[in-house]
Design a binder for this molecule. Structure first.
Ligand SMILES: *Cc1c(COP(=O)(O)O)cnc(C)c1O
Length: 439
């Protein structure tokens, strides 16, 4: 199985796109190369929990645009907000009342955001937070964690080979060795490795940058006490702690994952869900640190589109919707139902599988090992994932095309959608088992 029906229009668009758009995609994760299909489906429109491709095939959407999707597509209140905001003009290059309200509401939701700056993407948020940390501490180096993703700025693409506290090598062409030399990469969920790195380089480390719950090697949860150890170690060595909550904020709960994890960072980065489907990022935190940003301080950071009234008014509406009673309880219930059902189906058909879940997001790993870091996540079978992806696509269920991504349940997913998805998963895994792939 592969595509759910005729996809000749997607095929034609793919051929056209290849001639003018690099690799036919505007972000490499959208390619279907890793799942063994010749071209991605081209989506024409979405409504609620569903997407329709250009040939008219319908999909239940768990890709969720790689995590921002939580309200569903074309939510009527978002559509109305966009229309109203557009009618008032979409870009002024001045302060607006909307951004003041959003900054206040973000701080109310995430108390550590004493000061905030709005930007347009998660990449910008992280890049800017690290610059501020360097400006505040006067130190050059950043510690990050193998398998965490922080956008595509130069330093953020550095990762180590294996082994604790080795200095990073570039993970992309086009990044100078001098940048790699300022980045230290250690395994996630390993406080001893972080301690060793900080013992060695601590007086040069501006910031420790971490996804408090990881979303980018598949979902990986922090083990009990781990984030507190990270917090204590950064304090001891005078480094700032940055929580990259681009995925987790307003996904795990209303506010940041930090609200429920009980560990407070110095700086936080936001993106994805906060924009309600429009481009919006933010970073912020301690006032004494953020006051190093221009025009108050010497760390320059700017943006022509930053805080544009269209994105900000949509964000305010998204927060209204997400803040209603019971929203996160219901998302969590649906996430648990689907995650448990998919795992049970995998085991029923004889597959070694693990599920890691944070509220409405979860990852199914085809491995017999608990997944707690990048090394264990990498034991998940590429081949089984690729086959499973194709079997699900063929049954009208759209997942992210990578074993290191997650399923995201959204507000409009109905019980019938979840049950249809579980029936598809059962049939998909049965077909795989019939081909002798289980075990
Ligand atoms: C997606 C992501 C980013 C980058 O955000 P973009 O909007 O794609 O630039 C940064 N950090 C984390 C944790 C992410 O998941």
């Amino acid at each position: 199985m592969g595509y759910p029906g005729p996809t000749s229009r997607s095929a034609e668009l793919y051929e056209r796109a290849l001639r003018r758009i690099v690799g036919a995609v505007n972000s490499p994760a959208r390619s279907y190369a890793a799942v063994g299909l010749p071209y991605p489906v081209f989506i024409a429109r979405g409504q609620g929990a569903y997407l329709w491709d250009v040939d008219g095939n319908r999909y239940i959407d768990y890709l969720a645009a790689f995590a921002p999707g939580i309200l569903g597509h074309a939510h009527p209140e978002i559509v109305e907000t966009i229309a109203r905001a557009a009618a008032d003009g979409t870009l002024f290059g001045t302060p607006t009342p909307y951004e003041v309200e959003l900054a206040e509401r973000l701080q109310a939701a995430i108390p550590s955001l004493e000061r905030v700056r709005l930007v347009s993407t998660g990449t910008e948020a992280v890049m800017s937070a690290v610059r501020v940390a360097r400006a505040f501490t006067g130190r050059p180096k950043v510690v990050k964690f193998e398998g965490c993703y922080h956008g595509h700025s130069d330093f953020a693409l550095i990762r180590a080979g294996s082994g604790p506290a080795t200095l990073g090598q570039p993970d992309s062409a086009g990044i100078p060795e001098s940048t790699a030399a300022e980045v230290i990469v250690v395994p996630y969920n390993d406080a001893a490795a972080l301690e060793a790195a900080l013992e060695r380089w601590g007086d040069q480390v501006a910031a420790v940058l971490i996804e408090p719950i990881v979303g980018n090697m598949g979902i990986v949860l922090p083990e009990p006490g781990y984030l507190q150890a990270v917090r204590d170690l950064t304090h001891r060595h005078g480094a700032l702690l940055i929580f990259d909550e681009v995925i987790t904020a307003f996904r795990v709960t209303y506010g940041g994952a930090q609200n429920v994890l009980g560990v407070e960072p110095d700086l936080t980065t936001l993106g994805k869900a906060i924009g309600g489907g429009l481009p919006l990022g933010a970073y912020g935190g301690r006032a004494d640190v953020m006051d190093r940003v221009a025009p108050l301080g010497p760390a320059y950071q700017a943006g022509t589109l930053a805080g544009n009234p269209l994105s900000v008014r949509v964000a305010l509406k998204a927060l209204d919707i997400l803040g209603r009673p019971g929203v996160y309880e219901e998302l969590d219930r649906k996430g648990r139902y689907l995650a448990e059902g998919v795992l049970a189906a995998a085991r029923r058909h004889g597959f070694a599988a693990q599920v890691n879940r944070m509220a409405s997001g979860f990852t199914l790993f085809f491995t017999d090992r608990p997944v707690r870091d990048y090394a264990s996540a990498s034991t998940a079978s590429k081949e089984l994932f690729a086959r499973f992806f194709r079997e699900m696509l063929g049954r009208g269920v759209l997942l992210a095309p990578s074993r290191f991504e997650a399923w995201f349940v959204q507000i409009p997913h109905s019980q019938a959608d979840l049950d249809e998805t579980l029936a598809a998963a059962d049939a998909a895994l049965a077909a795989m088992a019939a081909d002798g792939l289980a075990g």
